[in-house]
Design a protein around this ligand. Structure first.
Ligand code: HXC
Length: 257
């Protein structure tokens, strides 16, 4: 399937998705978000793909939702369009998603970044929620995901002021995993993704699922969930192989079964 607003490429076991409307700094129109979801779901079903990398082409990750598309929107049409179901589906992707952010990740693009499981950014990357300057507010999880991640104090400051968050600050508050010089951001992200892609796929899957549950389950429920996933992995051949390889002092050969 060919896409109009994104570019996809398979690099070994990595499924790459690049936002591709560079003339408007990859402003996310609804079609682009749908395409991102379709590409992700395709990768999620593909047994040869183990991990997904999301990045932006041109000089930014993305400058937010497409303002041209939102200008004349009204509340009722937004309600009936129900565009955010695409965003909800993002949370159902089972394989890890790594975001590589350079330039701007503002508004809806910051929300998209916050949907990733891990984030690498260029040292010069800038994050932020400028929605308030347009008379609106984040609508795709910004007030929720950011607050769960950094707490009320900084979320209030950043979302109310609309100010930019530098990569250094984002790193300090645990929004991103690491920063790199822009020239090597993609290379380093792909290297890291390649390492995760070689981990036993079932364990990776259960780990992602369990960590996600920690965000919205109580500790007690989360512990039960973790335990079930832990037990489940003992039904896999990879568990036998991993432990046998350890005893035999050799490299394990994981099959994802
Ligand atoms: C539509 C956009 C855009 C956007 C940039 N462009 N951001 N078009 N929607 N969000 C367009 C510009 O109009 C311009 O087109 C071209 O991209 C290059 O942008 P410039 O402004 O010339 O670049 P620069 O001077 O470097 O400034 C970069 C910038 C600025 C600081 C990122 O573009 C900016 O402030 N953009 C808007 C950021 C924003 O408010 N995002 C939040 C959107 S609301 P032309 O034709 O003039 O060359 C949102 C709600 C989410 O995201 C809701 C849930 C999905």
């Amino acid at each position: 399937r060919s896409f109009e607003n994104i570019e996809t490429a398979v690099k070994g076991k990595i499924g790459l998705i690049e936002l591709n409307r560079p003339k408007v700094l990859n402003a996310l129109n609804r079609q682009m978000v749908t395409e991102i979801l379709e590409a992700m779901e395709q990768y999620d079903r593909d047994p040869d793909i183990k991990i997904i990398v999301l990045a932006g082409k041109g000089r930014a990750f993305a400058a937010g939702a497409d303002i041209d598309e939102m200008m004349d929107a009204d509340a009722i049409s937004l309600e009936t369009l129900n565009q955010f179901t695409d965003w909800d589906r993002l949370a159902w992707i089972k394989k890890p998603i790594i975001g590589a952010v350079h330039g701007f990740a503002l508004g809806g693009a910051f929300e998209l970044a916050l949907c990733c499981d891990m984030l690498f950014a260029s040292e010069k990357a800038e994050f932020g929620f400028p929605e308030v300057n347009l008379g609106i507010m984040p609508g795709a999880g910004g007030t929720q995901r950011l607050t769960k991640l950094v707490g009320k104090t900084k979320a209030m400051e950043w979302v109310l002021s609309g100010k930019r968050i530098s990569a250094t600050e984002a790193l300090h508050f645990g929004i991103i995993n690491s920063t790199f010089a822009e020239e090597v951001l993609m290379e380093e992200t792909m290297k890291f993704a390649g390492n995760i892609a070689n981990q036993p796929p079932l364990a990776v899957r259960m780990i992602k699922e369990s960590i996600h549950k920690a965000v919205d389950y109580s500790l007690y429920e989360g512990m039960q969930y973790e335990r079930k996933n832990f037990y489940l992995l003992f039904a896999s051949e990879d568990q036998k192989e991993g432990m046998r390889a350890f005893k035999e002092k050799r490299k394990p050969d994981f099959k994802g079964k």
